[in-house]
Design a protein around this ligand. Structure first.
Ligand SMILES: NC(=O)C1=CN([C@@H]2O[C@H](COP(=O)(O)OP(=O)(O)OC[C@H]3O[C@@H](n4cnc5c(N)ncnc54)[C@H](OP(=O)(O)O)[C@@H]3O)[C@@H](O)[C@H]2O)C=CC1
Ligand SMILES: O=C(O)C(=O)Cc1ccc(O)cc1
Length: 444
């Protein structure tokens, strides 16, 4: 429950909020909380201490010093490190404090809290479902009341209310099951596109094949992911067991659909894809309006080549996501409460392909009869399988190596792609907010 203004004013005057890990998300939280009038302290690794001298909140040398004075401690460190960091600082936590974390997959975080925090401490965790450069207004923010009194939960919720996000209340198990789909598989698809382009040694904005609105969305999102830190994507996929199963299904769907295309098994391909369409989109109301269309996305191109007619494309990456949702019994609309901007865009372009009259038939025809995309599709299948193996091995080193190689390949275009991607995301989020009648996010 969000408390009244006067109750919040009392909390602001009496409680200290501590943030351990002042990276992208920790810094966003610390700055926003202190701007809202909360008493905030934080730390990063000791060797980074000097870097934070200009911040408007108190910066301490380490997590012991933050823990011993904070009434609410939020861990905002890499998923790979969370258990180690909690183990280190948990014994210094102030008596009666509340502890939470920002890790994208909650299983490891909650286990670490249960194992290392003294029993008398409350646990309320959270997860902002967006990156650090997206306006927090109206974005989903998951709150997990794992082991806590109402007073502890109210403190956390009242603090987070300054972000103006949309609060979603889940258990940690529900959170992990849903975000495996809305985050891990979404990332797997865009990561695979990047590796496929890299392995084909092509920049898609230089090739006339990749022109058009849907292609712009694929390119901008893929490069946006490769502009980020690898550990964010590695952590949320590797630590989430549901993600392993779902990413494997995505790789299998890619393989099986591509196999049907190259064997020219048109009837079987159409039967399978239309059954998946029915399972995923069959229950949409008749007056459902599409979130995205090709024209809207047309303007967000990195290409200098003017668009010229329609290019044949099998859209294997989009056929495979619907097939894998159908095989796993997932209806993505049920997961919209935990949707990230990237998931909404992925669902938006998929919905556009599947629900615009005639488009799906056309792309299945292209997949079966045109060979111009075969090499790209083959590379895409290989990339999807590679990501699935890396995630199931649980090897952060291997993940980093694969990610960074492709990141370097795209490096010359990352700055411009981020600029265009930000504009594209801003337009799409405004459209989401207008449709839902919620608050419209400002520029960020
Ligand atoms: N980026 C995103 O879009 C989102 C990320 N998340 C999650 O939030 C968490 C943080 O992510 P993000 O901010 O992006 O990552 P960052 O790498 O930017 O931040 C993590 C910070 O924690 C620091 N750190 C590591 N160990 C310690 C320690 N012992 N004491 C203090 N600080 C430490 C890191 O230092 P160093 O770099 O030197 O290791 C780094 O500065 C992750 O679990 C991520 O999954 C959640 C939502 C969105
Ligand atoms: O929108 C996305 O999927 C992102 O890539 C940003 C992101 C990364 C990690 C999270 O836990 C939440 C959001």
């Amino acid at each position: 429950m969000i408390l009244s203004d006067s109750e919040i004013a009392t909390l602001k005057a009496t409680k200290t909020i501590g943030i351990i890990g002042l990276g992208d998300m920790g810094l966003l939280y610390a700055r926003r909380f202190s701007q809202a009038g909360w008493n905030v302290c934080g730390c990063d690794r000791e060797e980074n201490y000097e870097k934070f001298s200009a911040e408007p909140f108190e910066v301490l040398k380490n997590g012991h010093l933050v823990s011993r004075k904070s009434d609410l401690v939020i861990y905002s460190v890499e998923a790979e490190n969370i258990a180690k960091v909690v183990k280190m600082y948990a014994p210094s936590t102030k008596l009666g404090a509340v502890v939470g974390g920002q890790t994208s997959c909650k299983q490891v975080e909650i286990r670490a809290f249960e194992e290392y925090l003294p029993q008398d401490l409350d646990i309320v965790s959270m997860h902002s479902l967006h990156g650090p450069n997206v306006d927090t207004t109206g974005q989903p923010l998951v709150l997990i009341k794992h082991r806590a009194s109402d007073a502890s939960f109210n403190l956390v919720e009242s603090l987070l209310s300054c972000l103006k996000s949309k609060h979603v209340y889940l258990s940690y198990q529900e959170h992990d099951r849903i975000t495996a789909d809305t985050q891990a598989v979404t990332h797997a698809a865009f990561l695979s596109m990047g590796v496929a382009w890299h392995n084909n040694n092509q920049y898609p904005w230089e090739t006339p094949k990749w022109l058009g609105g849907i292609e712009n969305a694929k390119i901008n999102i893929s490069l946006r992911i490769y502009s980020n830190k690898y550990h964010v994507y590695a952590g949320l996929a590797i630590t989430n067991p549901s993600a392993h199963e779902q990413i494997l299904q995505y790789a299998n769907s890619c393989t099986e659909l591509f196999s049907l295309m190259i064997q020219n098994k048109g009837d079987e391909l159409r039967r399978r894809v239309f059954a998946a369409k029915q399972a995923v989109f069959g229950k949409l109301p008749k007056d459902h309006t599409l979130l995205l269309d090709d024209n809207l996305l047309q303007q967000y191109s990195l290409s200098k080549i003017p668009p010229e007619g329609k290019q044949p494309n099998s859209h294997l990456s989009l056929l495979a996501i619907v097939d894998s949702w159908s095989c796993l019994g997932i209806v993505p609309y049920d997961h919209i409460i935990c949707s990230t901007p990237l998931f909404r865009i992925f669902l938006g372009v998929t919905e556009y392909l599947f629900c615009t009259p005639g488009l799906l038939e056309e792309c299945l025809e292209d997949g079966l009869s045109k060979t111009s995309f075969r090499q790209d599709d083959l590379n895409f299948v290989i990339a999807a399988r590679e990501w699935s193996s890396i995630v199931s091995f649980g090897d952060y080193g291997l993940y980093k190596d694969r990610f960074v190689k492709t990141q370097n390949f795209f490096m010359p275009m990352i700055g411009e792609a981020n600029k265009t991607g930000n504009e594209m995301i801003k337009t799409i989020l405004q459209r989401v907010a207008e449709r839902e009648g919620g608050p419209v996010a400002g520029q960020n």
